[in-house]
Design a protein around this ligand. Sequence first.
Ligand code: ADP
Ligand code: MG
Length: 402
Amino acid sequence: MSPPVRGTARGRPSPAPSLGGLLASKEIVVACGPGGVGKTTTAAAAAATAAVRSGGRVLVLTVDPARRLADALGVKGIGNEAVRVPPQAFAAAGVQPKGELWAAMLDTKQSWDDLVRRHAPDARTREQILANPLYRNISARFVQSHDYIAMERLYELHAEGCYDLLVVDTPPSRNALDFLDAPARMADFFSSRLLRWLIVPYRSRLVNVASRPFYQVADRILGSQFLSDIAEFFILFQSMYDGFVTRAKAVERLLADRRTSFLVVSTLEPTPLREAETFVGALEARGLHLGALVLNKVLPPFLLDPAGAQAAEAFVRDHERLAKALAGELPGIPKAQAAQLARVLQTVGRSFSDYRLVAEREQEQRAELSRAPEVLVSVPSVDRDVVDLAGLLALGERLWPR
Ligand SMILES: Nc1ncnc2c1ncn2[C@@H]1O[C@H](COP(=O)(O)OP(=O)(O)O)[C@@H](O)[C@H]1O
Ligand SMILES: [Mg+2]
């Protein structure tokens, strides 16, 4: 089922492959990749830029924004409620957006509760599940549950059909692939024989549970309260299996839908890059659409300019002569400080050359990418943390050059 499409260009293929084309033609863009590379920042920057340039209603669903970024977007604490980033915030950043930017932060607990409310067969079961201690622990703490619920929430938002574009940040997990598999795993779990086997002794009141060796041991280790919580949890949950399985499969289908695309974010450091490449392969293997690879926090391209290298070499080679000529000419640097100035010039020249070497190495790594997608974007590292709309939009200019 497809929600009403309000945008202008959505659904149409883009003329030239660019991140802008991707954002304009897809309904869901999922930012994923290794930890700490800039997924949350990239998702927010892409969404803000799409709202400014393509228009329509754009929602960024964040998972773990830095506090100041959350403040800048206006998302107050966790809560599934989407808030509109006020037009004044854009005005303060000096732009007039064509569309609207909305932001929401994933609330795992709340989303699980909503899911239970939707699938519980009756009010009594619903309240029992929500009050069950095991359920409360699982829904609030399990990282795996975080993975699933992020995708589930995405499904829900998409089905509501209130937005032209959803840009989704993904949870930090040990393995970036976890969330891709989360819906299938959830479906497997609820249809698993293990689960059915677990609850059998509890369902049948005729069986004396405590007499079974497994439960005797478990009882001693975990305590009987814990065991009965588990049993209650599974028995209650059983009433929702079908709903859950159907739902998890629908979520999985949505990820594979042609309206959905993935944005893999990485830095050019060896470990994240390797992980990102694995991830790109995994997307391919699952038939999911890889929209773009964003190489974040790369060194700026001016480091590769041969003229820069020559200037740096001149600094190193002629530092004494240059210092003599410059001292007395630069404000605050008298002729007597020529020796210090010479050392500064030499050091600057050397570190420029060092940076240049790293930039060359980065360029080689980019060229060696075994699975380069159609859209490959490099975003330089900026001087300060990206914590406001102006910073996001500046990053957006790099993601989606004019
Ligand atoms: N291009 C960039 N230049 C400078 N800092 C960046 C850039 N992209 C992200 N950051 C900073 O890096 C940190 C981690 O980014 P974040 O988006 O939270 O990563 P992730 O979500 O992948 O863990 C944040 O402090 C963010 O401001
Ligand atoms: Mg993050």
